[in-house]
Design a protein around this ligand. Structure first.
Ligand SMILES: C[S@@+](CC[C@H](N)C(=O)[O-])C[C@H]1O[C@@H](n2cnc3c(N)ncnc32)[C@H](O)[C@@H]1O
Length: 174
């Protein structure tokens, strides 16, 4: 994740005064640390990843960055198995950095999970320029194009595509 994307995540978390954030794709915890910095001091990050080793690494990274263990809830599993168990309108921000083939499902889940005024963000929507490349593209790039279209056309969302890093697609739920 680029420093610019990290700074944008901090800003976004702070701008919605985030107390509850859900993250798809814990990875090594880089995005989680940025989100935690922007959230309220009593905020909790719920982060989902099917790879236990990734979550273990992130847990250590959060601790090394000075965050108490009760600031993060690690849920092992695939997003589409876990998200349906999370509370309706229970989240201020949803950050999506998991499986690009599933981004349209993440968008549908975000509309259920976010409170009005909450924000959804998708990392990497430029796909290294392939999203706007007219040549043949793999399914994951086609899915990103569908996501961009769906967010732009949604009556429920106020979108903006931030040109930081590999593209951060953001939208506020009305
Ligand atoms: C690009 S990395 C995330 C990087 C992370 N946000 C960071 O800043 O360190 C993508 C992560 O998504 C996870 N992942 C893949 N498929 C997933 C799924 N279906 N649901 C949730 N996470 C998934 C991978 O295991 C990987 O850790």
């Amino acid at each position: 994740m680029s420093p610019g994307t990290g700074a944008a995540l901090r800003l976004l978390a702070a701008s919605v005064d985030a107390k509850a954030v859900a993250e798809i794709g814990t990875g090594t915890g880089v995005s989680g640390i940025h989100l935690l910095h922007g959230m309220r001091p009593d905020g909790v990050l719920t982060t989902v990843d099917p790879e236990p080793e990734h979550q273990q690494f992130a847990r250590q990274a959060f601790r090394a960055s000075g965050f108490a263990s009760n600031r993060a809830r690690f849920i092992p599993g695939r997003a589409l198995d876990v998200l349906p168990r999370l509370a309706d309108a229970g989240y201020d921000l949803l950050f999506c950095d998991g499986d690009r083939l599933e981004v349209l499902d993440y968008l549908a889940e975000s509309l259920r999970l976010l409170r009005p005024g909450g924000l959804v963000a998708f990392e990497g929507v430029f796909a290294n320029g392939r999203t706007v490349d007219s040549g043949p593209q793999p399914t994951e790039v086609l899915r990103l194009r569908e996501l961009l279209r769906a967010v732009r056309e949604s009556q429920e969302l106020v979108p903006s595509l931030l040109p930081v890093g590999d593209g951060l697609l953001c939208a506020v739920k009305r």
